[in-house]
Design a protein around this ligand. Sequence first.
Ligand SMILES: [Zn+2]
Length: 428
Amino acid sequence: MTSYLIKNARVLGGEPQDLRLKDGLIAEIGTGLAADGETVVEADGLVALPGLVDLHTHLREPGREDAETVLTGTRAAAKGGFTAVHAMANTFPVADTAGVVEQVWRLGRESGYCDVQPVGAVTVGLEGKQLAELGTMADSAAGVRVFSDDGKCVDDAVIMRRALEYVKAFGGVIAQHAQEPRLTEGAQMNEGAVSGELGLRGWPAVAEESIIARDVLLAAHVGSRLHVCHVSTAGSVEIIRWAKSKGWDVTAEVTPHHLLLTDELVRSYDPVYKVNPPLRTETDVMALREALADGTIDAVATDHAPHPSEDKDCEWAAAAMGMVGLETALSVVQQTMVDTGLIGWAEVADRMSRRPAAIGGLAGQGRPVSVDEPANLVLVDPAYRGTVNPDSFATRSRNTPYRGRDLPGRVVATFLRGRATVLDGELV
Ligand SMILES: [Zn+2]
């Protein structure tokens, strides 16, 4: 296996240092290290972070390989600086059995670009009626710890309670897609001034907030762990802040797009901006940034949701919801959080690597950049300025809301256990 000597990387944005990667580990960190047969990677001006960990990725395999496969999705992940992703369960068939989660897990290992940790469904077929085989999935080779019906809300309070109780036995967590179904029937975008003007059916903030309020109370009641997927409103932030102040075991994530984009974009009627939960208002965006900065929101998660063009290039009402995000996540976080002075690179490492790995229970990911730790690393050029060109994406789909937009930063290299998956910005 090739060994690497990374020269003059700013670890977590600090002073330049050299890192020697050997046998899958960070073997040495120092200044003026001499190459001992390793491939030298010049990293002047580059920031070194621990490999990013995504809690929320739709890899679409099995069933929708026209949108993405485990291979294309993990290649996109590597290009985005990720060394581990959690694959959501809303595939065809649904990942609600040991057989399906083991299949996804195995495909991830075979890809070699990025670790794939399957998320198991909470209920059979994501139908919200009957608990899936949570224990069997936990005991499987995939070792599932995160369970979610993402795409759908576990809206039945009794089912949600049982799921929360069940996962306590093996330290699991329920990741809830908080969307009260009756309040969002036929909803097309955020409910507010813009939806009123456009005459599109609104998706009220309370549909998200009421479920989060119920679930933090349920988690506290049964003494279990709740994770809130893609928080999108200022009110949700307040509820999570309150739950954490009580000492309840609640964590939350925010997507890059909810840190940057607002429902004003829907005026274009371009379905690339159609997403679940919907883009909200500037007030929500600012509250989400503040919550990520102060740690109320634990993690950035992409909700990478690839769709083939025939599902997106159509009229607004008919278009599928979701956007790709793996290859732009770090740039959006740099623009909204780092370049604005809200957080530094150490906090980026915390919110995009350490905490998501801890929430997902991943050993060997989200570790400090220190000697004897697994060499899961990303080198970022924060000075890079470029325009997003989806034609260069590794994901199979092209439904990005950032086409033609200037975003800062570029992933120059990604290392998975000491092996380069990306070098000079290109897949290895
Ligand atoms: Zn979701």
